[in-house]
Design a protein around this ligand. Structure first.
Ligand code: SF4
Ligand code: ZN
Length: 119
């Protein structure tokens, strides 16, 4: 059984937040997206495969204390993990750097909803 990185209580591997100390353990509230955390004063990037091969374009690099994509550079990367990392990097970049489009899209949808409601 895994343990909480903060309080070290035994927890369920699918739990989104530690039931004892409320530390967030999964990203975006999804049990399938683990949220990795650095210990102490270290940064995750210094031991991450995607920093080593220079394929990471996350803005928090090289000082990430939390990251959903972290992969220990001492562990081999499978093709599935590489594909998932590429997809997640693109999605995160889009969410973080195209905020104006998300806002405009939201306003457009709200406007259409109001227009349709007033027909
Ligand atoms: S994937 Fe995360 S931990 Fe790895 S280099 Fe990028 S920001 Fe750092
Ligand atoms: Zn805990």
């Amino acid at each position: 059984m895994p343990t909480c990185p903060r309080c070290h209580q035994t927890i369920d591997s699918q739990t989104i937040a530690c039931p004892y100390c409320r530390t967030t353990l999964k990203a975006h509230g999804h049990p399938g997206i683990p949220l990795h955390r650095a210990n102490g004063e270290t940064y995750l990037c210094s031991s991450c495969s995607y920093d080593e091969d220079n394929t990471c374009n996350f803005p928090q690099r090289p000082y990430a204390k939390e990251c959903t994509l972290y992969h220990d550079r001492n562990q081999p990367i499978t093709l599935n993990q590489r594909a998932a990392a590429n997809w997640q990097t693109k999605l995160t970049y889009t969410l973080q750097h195209r905020q104006e489009w998300w806002i405009l899209s939201g306003l457009l949808i709200i406007s259409l909803a109001i227009a349709l409601a007033n027909r």
